[in-house]
Design a binder for this molecule. Structure first.
Ligand SMILES: [Fe+2]
Ligand SMILES: [Fe+2]
Length: 399
């Protein structure tokens, strides 16, 4: 999945007012359908939040659940043939798929030492900034168990058994299996490069999977597939940009690695946007309302609960380096929205209800508004500060 972004419109920072602690007793009494989720950051290194040790370092509270009306469950079931014919054909047979080993030194070959030496030499030409972004990308990919879980929270399309033969479930498992190669490849490359503190990186992955995520998709496949459409395009863009930067530094191997991952993300984007296109065809009002809802809530990035055991602002700091390098920026967020609005023909949609029209106007006017806000934010650019990253042995970078 995707890289993240530090931007007031794109995610709820752990520093936001809504992240004030909420008492557990209060949560247990919370009604089902409430809006707003909040996160709580770690306040003490020794005993995170003074909590029990098994509690995740970043908690998400109060999520709206099961917002898909029961009559729409049937619609997804009736789409199974469609999913088989339109979705499953976008999967690649395993025998035709690339594997991480295709791009890495072969430990079983005589030339292994030489190949590793070459990889390490080449990686010296890339900056620490670049490695922090690549690590963040890799960690995001490595939290894949969370994303498979997320897809299986969605009503009407979840994998009911773990080996269900419903086309929705087949897609989710095969998608996960394809995605699994991304983190694997980047992880092995980073390990061999010798440029990063692998133990810190591995700890961050463990913390992140333990914390989960809050995509605000409410078990609702309308919201879920809009979210994944956005995310797959975001990862296509960010991996594409790390490929381009590697190429600029003549690191063709790494450019190829990031590029081949970006190509998968593009194919996945095609699949998820196709589902939403179909939803627009069958239920234009319901789908435009869902799109407006997701955009109002902002697309929360998948690794927003990232933590390494010491830096409470790790996600913000990492996002800020990604923004500075142009790997994933606030402009990209607006561009993705604009792309999806065009892809789904949202502007030209007719026959909507009053509420549907309002949602359409909101969504169509949002990208320019985001860009304007972003320009203003740039104009008041905050003073650059330095932050240490445990992933690169505590070296400080501008954030
Ligand atoms: Fe992806
Ligand atoms: Fe991926």
């Amino acid at each position: 999945m995707a890289l993240q972004l530090q931007h007031p419109l794109t995610f709820q920072s752990s520093k936001s007012p809504s992240s004030l602690p909420i008492r557990r007793s209060h949560l247990l009494r919370s009604p089902h359908r409430v809006s707003m989720a909040s996160t709580i950051g770690v306040t003490s290194k020794e005993t995170p939040n003074g909590k029990k040790p098994f509690m995740p370092p970043k908690e998400v509270h109060v999520q709206k659940t099961h917002s898909l009306p029961p009559q729409k469950v049937e619609m997804f079931h009736s789409l199974e043939n469609w999913a088989e014919e339109n979705l499953l054909v976008l999967l690649k047979p395993v025998e035709k798929c690339w594997q991480p080993q295709d791009f890495l030194p072969d430990a079983a070959s005589e030339g292994f030492d030489e190949q590793v030496k070459e990889l390490r030499e080449r990686s010296k030409e890339l900056s620490d900034d670049y490695f922090v972004v690549l690590v963040g990308d890799m960690i995001t990919e490595e939290a894949l168990p969370t994303y498979q879980t997320m897809l299986n929270t969605l009503d009407a399309v979840r994998d009911e058994t773990g080996a269900s033969l419903s086309p929705w479930a087949i897609w989710t498992r095969a998608w996960t299996a394809e995605e699994n190669r991304h983190g694997d490849l980047l992880n092995k490359y980073l390990y061999l490069s010798g440029r990063v503190d692998m133990r810190q990186v591995e700890k961050t992955i463990q913390y992140l999977i333990g914390s989960g995520m809050d995509p605000k998709t409410e078990n609702n496949p309308y919201l879920g597939f809009i979210y994944t459409s956005f995310q797959e395009r975001a990862t296509f863009i960010s991996h594409g940009n790390t490929a381009r930067l590697a190429k600029d530094h003549d690191n063709l191997k790494l450019a190829q690695i990031c590029g081949i991952i970006a190509a998968d993300e593009k194919r996945h984007e095609t699949a998820y946007t196709k589902i939403v296109e179909k939803l627009f065809e069958l239920d234009p009002n319901g789908t435009i309302l869902a799109l407006a809802d997701m955009m109002r809530k902002k697309i929360t990035m998948p690794a927003h609960l990232m933590y390494d055991g010491s830096d409470d602002n790790l996600f913000d700091n990492y996002s800020s380096v990604a923004q500075r390098l142009g790997v994933y920026t606030a402009r990209d967020y607006a561009d993705i929205l604009e792309f999806l609005v065009q892809r789904w023909n949202v502007e030209k949609m007719t026959g909507l209800s009053g509420e549907g029209h309002k949602a359409q106007d909101f969504v169509c006017g949002l990208a320019p508004r985001i860009r304007k806000l972003e320009e203003r934010a740039q104009a008041r650019a905050k003073e650059a500060s330095l932050a240490p990253f445990s992933w690169i042995f505590g070296k400080e970078l501008t954030v």
